[in-house]
Design a protein around this ligand. Structure first.
Ligand code: SF4
Ligand code: SF4
Ligand code: FES
Length: 801
């Protein structure tokens, strides 16, 4: 359809708001409180427009064909001027020290609305700063636009902020006659309210920092940035989140350290909050660069020789690596014949290949599809811990689309289950992974291959009593009880799930997404799970999304030929090895961190995205090693356009890649991988995998899973001063009670071969389990978790504080 805004004809889609259409067409309509993908709150009224001659608000007015919109009349600007005046009443004149000065929307709109007088006044009230830990709140700067509340509820899913009484006087009624209706209404509301945590005292949230990012003024500030820099002194370096596979667009804001030391440092990470959300790791784990003072030529030459003399049998690496580095490793592997070892990526790669071979295509859902879904199933992922950014998209979809869904996981995540009452946690037991997918096939598949025919037969009969109404000879209604036999799913029964509930959850739902994570890739029955999943993509209405476990697991899986380690000398690239070329503390030769390099990642949406170096690195890059070994590229990013086309890459030069969202929210980041090309060149043997009937030998009360606390995603995030934690066993309240443990006790967790002594701490957001993290290099949890993500471990208290 077409609408007309200020004389410009604009194409619009059914359901769009006028404000969105204006933004997509580069027409400026002032708006303070509205946030993209969130429900309009009508708090600021700055977006007032004339629609077909009537006053309306651009942020909550849906388009209609032929609509005539005016947003620039003098009358509208007069009223906006009055609103901005009310925001400025008693607003402290502290712009000189305010962290938001220079990027403050209150400043900008006061200027735009040409406020040069103050016609109103009101008695001052006590407005002391509030210390909410990481977040600092200055009520005197707050204009109660409610963006912080909205983003936390509609996007993040924590719902941790609320409005509270300000305790100020109501504006004098006489002002009503001298100012516009909207201005008076905004002022009245503003005088009544402030922001506070749900419990009125402290924040109990996941500290993503998104509320600070959306705050138009300096009312909400991160403590670690407060009073450290003026906004205009910072240079913004566009990059991609190096810590998780959303690889979301972010900016490193850098400037020199001090007058004496003009080397650069990162002061904060910022984002384009209209279209992206960052997780805690992306926002705060940025001071993790290697402390490399220069090139260690002797060690470098030793490493070169080790390769040239064919001493290196394995190169062990992880997926916190760019595509270009992965490609260099692959080229070196082809030349020298060593094993490229990355166990986690190998599991994912094998899963992906099996899935693609049987589905005949790549996984077909992206995070954008998740956002559009109204029915979401999550299986095999401890979602908020594995990929917090994707959990935001799930929350956003369920909240905004009035959606429903199922979260199959033995550990209950109480924050996820609070999203909506129609988002149900099914606490299925460990070992039932295949049953979950079989049930989805049983309930939703239109067609199944013969070998899965048993799924269609997995029913049992149940007798139920029903009340039947009929009429007697005189025509009076009578009710009688009758016994009926009904067919029920034995799979649902085994999962402990009431399938009848599903009918209600599915009412009026049409966009289905199934998200699958780590538990399935890292499982001895992974091949069969991938096969079932491929059939779900082929024969149900579900779109399927896999969550690559680490930042660039997908890129590595596309590029590298991976194998298991063999005996012999191992070079660790960012991992421990007989020779470690690494940015960890224990290295023979320092390597660069992802913040010190240019390159690309493939994110979970199968999009290649570029990242830039925020800081320079003085040591050797992998590219330097490659050049000594016979490859030839001036810069690592010279490989960007050589990335293999038969794996879906597009051979576009790094400098030609863009990295932004436009005003309409369209994604202009890198390019989408040609996944058809990858699938076409797979050459997989199509032998149908067997379902291994796994004996669930474990007592489920003893099971511990491998997972990190929300945000502290890896050894890299833990290197940052923001996290810098020692590993603990994170346990639910009921787990502590079942094992008779006290919070913060030292415990021994063990099996018949190994043990770890560790502190046990309470995670109040989970029920029914415990998890052991991977972020602490000093603790090796992998000695227990060899073929699955979960394991039954004995636990014994040693001492308590
Ligand atoms: S703290 Fe900031 S975002 Fe929240 S209501 Fe106040 S001004 Fe708006
Ligand atoms: S930091 Fe994140 S989770 Fe905490 S209140 Fe702000 S938006 Fe909500
Ligand atoms: S942006 Fe529309 S009311 Fe605030």
């Amino acid at each position: 359809m077409k609408i007309n805004i200020n004389g410009k004809e604009c194409i619009a889609n059914e359901g769009d708001y006028v404000l969105q259409v204006a933004r997509a067409n580069d027409i400026f309509i002032p708006a303070i409180c509205y946030l993209n993908d969130c429900s309009p709150t009508l708090a600021c009224r700055m977006c007032m427009v004339e629609v077909d001659g009537k006053r309306s608000y651009a942020c909550n007015t849906k388009v209609k064909d032929g609509m005539q919109v005016l947003s620039n009349t003098q009358e509208l600007w007069d009223e906006r001027n009055a609103i901005m005046q009310t925001y400025c009443i008693n607003h402290p004149l502290q712009c000189g020290v305010c962290d938001k000065s220079g990027e403050c929307e209150l400043q900008n709109f006061t200027h735009k609305a040409k406020v040069d007088t103050q016609n109103h006044w009101i008695k001052e009230i006590d407005r002391r700063h509030k210390d909410w830990g990481l977040l600092q709140y200055d009520p005197s700067l707050c204009i109660v636009c409610e963006r912080c509340i909205t983003v936390c509820k509609d996007k993040i899913g924590d719902n941790e902020l609320k409005t509270t009484a300000r305790g100020g006087d109501a504006p004098d009624k006489d002002f009503k006659d001298t100012m516009g209706k909207d201005a008076y209404a905004v002022w009245t509301k503003f005088q009544k309210s402030l922001i506070s945590p749900q419990n009125d005292k402290s924040l109990e949230c996941q500290e993503c920092g998104e509320c600070v990012s959306v705050c138009p003024t300096g009312a909400l500030i991160n403590k670690n940035f407060q009073y450290r820099s003026n906004a205009w002194e910072l240079t913004r370096i566009p990059a991609s989140n190096p810590h998780s596979s959303d690889c979301e667009l972010l900016y490193y804001d850098i400037k020199q350290k001090s007058i004496k030391d003009n080397s650069k440092m990162i002061y904060r990470v910022s984002n384009d909050f209209h279209f992206t959300t960052l997780n805690k790791a992306a926002r705060f784990a940025y001071d993790i660069t290697s402390d490399c003072k220069g090139k260690d030529t002797a060690e470098f030459n030793r490493l070169v020789l080790l390769f040239k003399e064919n001493k290196i049998k394995n190169v062990k690496f992880n997926s916190y690596i760019t595509n270009e580095e992965a490609y260099i490793l692959e080229l070196l592997r082809a030349k020298f014949g060593f094993n490229l070892v990355n166990n986690e990526a190998l599991c994912f790669q094998e899963f992906l290949k099996t899935f693609c071979s049987f589905a005949g295509s790549f996984y077909n859902a992206s995070s954008e599809d998740v956002k559009k879904s109204d029915f979401i199933v999550i299986a095999g992922s401890f979602l908020r811990h594995d990929n917090p950014t994707l959990s935001y998209k799930v929350n956003n979809a369920i909240v905004m689309n009035k959606g429903a869904g199922l979260y199959f996981h033995p550990i209950k995540d109480t924050k996820l289950s609070k999203i909506a009452k129609n988002f149900v946690n099914v606490a299925c037991d460990y070992g039932k992974e295949a049953k979950v997918l079989e049930f989805i096939l049983q309930y939703f598949a239109k067609d199944l291959p013969q070998d899965l025919g048993y799924i269609k037969e997995a029913f049992y009969e149940e007798q139920i009593e029903v009340e039947v109404k009929s009429k007697d000879a005189e025509g009076n209604e009578i009710k009688e009880k009758q016994t009926q036999t009904i067919k029920k799913s034995s799979l649902a029964k085994e999962l402990g799930f009431d399938e009848d509930k599903l009918k209600d959850l599915l009412l009026k739902k049409s966009n289905f997404t199934l998200i699958v994570g780590n538990d399935y890739f890292y499982h001895e029955n992974a091949k069969y799970l991938a096969y079932l999943l491929a059939n779900i993509q082929k024969s149900t209405d579900f779109k399927v999304m896999l969550i690559p476990p680490r930042t660039n697991t997908l890129g590595v899986s596309l590029i590298c030929k991976l194998s298991k380690a063999c005996d012999g000398f191992t070079m660790g690239y960012n991992e421990r090895g007989d020779f470690s070329f690494s940015n960890d503390e224990h290295n023979n030769l320092a390597s660069s961190s992802l913040i010190e390099q240019e390159g690309t990642f493939v994110n979970y949406d199968t999009r290649l995205v570029p990242t830039n170096a925020a800081l320079s690195f003085k040591g050797y890059f992998l590219n330097d090693l490659a050049n000594e070994l016979g490859l030839n590229a001036k810069y690592t990013i010279d490989y960007t356009e050589q990335l293999p086309k038969d794996k879906g890459f597009l051979n576009i030069a790094f400098d030609d890649l863009t990295n932004y969202y436009d005003n309409a929210g369209n994604n202009h980041r890198g390019y989408l991988i040609n996944t058809c090309e990858f699938v076409k060149n797979l050459n997989q043997e199509l032998q149908i995998p067997q379902n291994q009937q796994l004996a669930c030998e474990c007592n489920k009360d003893d099971v511990v899973i491998l997972a990190n606390p929300v945000g502290n995603l890896s050894k890299y995030t833990n290197k940052s001063s923001f996290f810098n934690e020692c590993a603990s066993l994170y346990a639910s309240k009921d787990y502590l009670a079942k094992h008779n443990l006290k919070e913060n006790s030292m415990v021994k967790i063990y099996d018949d071969k190994d043990e770890i002594i560790i502190k046990v701490v309470l995670d109040k957001d989970i029920e029914n389990g415990a998890y052991l993290p991977t972020f602490d290099d000093k603790i090796n949890p992998y000695k227990f978790f060899k073929t699955r993500r979960y394991y039954a471990l004995n636990i014994k208290e040693i001492s308590h504080e």
